[in-house]
Design a protein around this ligand. Structure first.
Ligand SMILES: *Cc1c(COP(=O)(O)O)cnc(C)c1O
Length: 513
């Protein structure tokens, strides 16, 4: 194992260091630690005279693992340590924007006036909460230069659904419900075609150009009287700003369609570009990506949708309205508004966190964060480009950098193997095999939160892994991760046939090892 001057392991020695120091080797199930004959608490036997349960008293045992409170607590704490998280290390998952979640956001969201607010409280008692929603709405509309915003969608994909429902409603109101096709570039996030299909549209795919962007001529060729609109991600999932986005918007509008923009990558342009100026009609913003709230199994999402003038009348209920000195929530209207798309008013805790992030950065700070995110991604690109193959490398990237797997040709190592080897080095893998437009994609998004030192350590590890793969050390990759408690799981089977209940006879069920 190699060490540097401070005695810390260098990249080449990191596997050994992690193996002894990081993840716990295994954690049994609760039922394997405790047994069902005992209970975690001792209660004296009681003589029950009169049956007050109407004969519904339990006759069989509780069937829980009998553990004391500290035993149960330690089990869950040990499990929690098996998680990779943004608080534990860099998490360069492209498209997912795993940025640091400032603790100030959490402090604000936990203020009792926000944390304990109930959606059925009288409106006069929640004016502060409504003011937060109003202010957040103002920021979102200002940052995007749009006419309206619907806060309530609970994720990006949910926002897409709402935006496309608004487009559908607007077209039906114009007597153009026959428009049944949605254009989706092949580099799109999977949620885009899924959303269109969910609403009964058929999807017409648009090929990417050799440089990874969408060609306005290809869009024009696909437009027609049957087309409801386009769903375009900008910056796109190759990490590139669509250079013809305005021409594409004009062409779609001229053909009577609407422009849905997938704004999940707003982190790259917030405070710098206003999507309304590009001609979008609807766009979701992932508060849980751009505005730093915990996500990815770690917290709820929020996917507010901004709307153009044309779509504003179709915003869903409820919406906020000024009423004298105060604010009210409009829950019923006559006319075109869509109904509710979620119970109550959306994710209050996320609104507080996102607004805290906005206010603590200020408009200039948000622009700086976007520029730093782009700078960080380009730094990684510049350091890795000579070794890794960047299919669209002739141009600067935005907030994420895309490599394909041609640098691994002939090594016997795949993108999957490479990503698993990164786990041994203490890094969460990058996004793999997405977007589909390049072979064996590796999509890396460092976000603005990472320091130069962290970026350098990540790049050192990436370069060291690449040279190990090329030097023929395939075993290090194909058998990885070595340092995690499990090797390779059959994730498809685990998702399709989840084993959610412990059965004594089967004992421990595992998808695969
Ligand atoms: C994350 C993401 C989505 C979906 O957002 P969710 O909140 O996960 O539903 C859609 N499009 C792109 C480009 C994304 O990165």
């Amino acid at each position: 194992m190699s060490m540097n001057k401070e005695g810390r392991p260098t990249a080449a020695g990191a596997v050994t260091a992690i193996r002894t120091a990081a993840l716990l080797p295994d954690e049994p199930l609760l039922f394997e630690i405790g047994d069902r004959e005992h209970s975690g608490v001792d209660l004296p036997e009681v003589e029950i005279g009169e049956d007050r349960l109407g004969g519904f008293g339990r006759r069989t045992s509780l069937d829980l693992a009998g553990l004391t409170e500290p035993e149960a607590m330690r089990h869950y704490v040990r499990l929690s340590r098996l998680n990779m998280s943004i608080d534990a290390g860099m998490y360069p998952l492209g498209s997912c924007t795993m940025k640091h979640n400032p603790r100030l956001n959490e402090r604000m969201a936990r203020l009792p006036g926000f944390a304990d607010v109930h959606p059925l409280q009288p409106v006069s008692t929640v004016q502060g909460a409504l003011a937060v929603m109003q202010q957040l709405s103002d920021w979102l509309m200002t940052l995007t230069n749009t006419a309206a915003v619907a806060l309530s969608p609970k994720a990006g994909a949910h926002g897409e659904l709402l935006g496309m429902m608004a487009i559908k409603a607007a077209q039906e109101a114009r007597g153009e419900g026959h428009r049944r096709v949605v254009l989706v570039p092949e580099s799109a996030h999977g949620t885009n075609p899924a959303t269109a299909a969910f609403l009964g549209y058929s999807v017409r795919s648009i090929d990417a150009r050799a440089d990874g962007t969408v060609d306005v001529e290809a869009v024009k060729a696909a437009l027609g009287p049957d087309v409801a609109g386009i769903m375009l991600t900008n910056p796109n999932t190759c990490g590139l700003f669509e250079p013809q986005v305005i021409e594409i918007a004009d062409a779609v509008h001229a053909a009577g369609g609407f422009f849905y923009c997938d704004g999940a990558n707003f982190n790259a342009i917030m405070g710098v570009v206003r999507p309304g100026d590009l001609g979008i009609d609807a766009m979701h913003i992932n508060l849980h990506k751009t505005f730093s709230t915990p996500h990815g199994g770690g917290g709820p999402g929020a996917g507010p949708v901004v709307l153009s003038e044309a779509l504003a009348p179709f915003a869903p209920l409820p919406f906020l309205r000024r009423n004298g000195d105060g604010l009210e929530l409009v829950e019923h209207v006559e006319g075109e508004a869509l109904g509710r798309i979620t119970a109550f008013h959306g994710q209050m805790g996320m609104y507080v966190r996102a607004l805290t992030y906005m206010l603590s950065h200020g408009g200039d700070g948000l622009a700086q964060a976007a520029k730093d995110a782009v700078l960080n991604a380009n730094y990684i690109k510049a350091r890795l480009e000579g070794t890794f193959s960047a299919p669209f490398g002739g141009q600067p990237c935005m907030h994420e950098v895309l490599f394909d797997d041609s640098f691994l040709e002939g090594t016997g190592v795949t993108t999957l193997d490479f990503a698993k080897a990164l786990i041994d080095e203490g890094f969460h893998p990058m996004t793999m095999y997405f977007p589909l437009v390049v072979h064996g994609a590796m999509l890396i998004e460092p976000t603005e939160s990472e320091s130069l030192q962290t970026l350098d350590r990540f790049c050192d590890v990436m370069l060291e892994l690449a040279s190990a793969a090329r030097a023929g050390d395939a075993e290090r990759f194909t058998a990885a991760p070595h340092a995690a408690p499990r090797r390779r799981l059959d994730e498809t089977r685990a998702a399709r046939q989840p084993v959610l209940k412990w059965e004594e006879a089967e004992g421990r069920a595992e998808a695969a090892e």
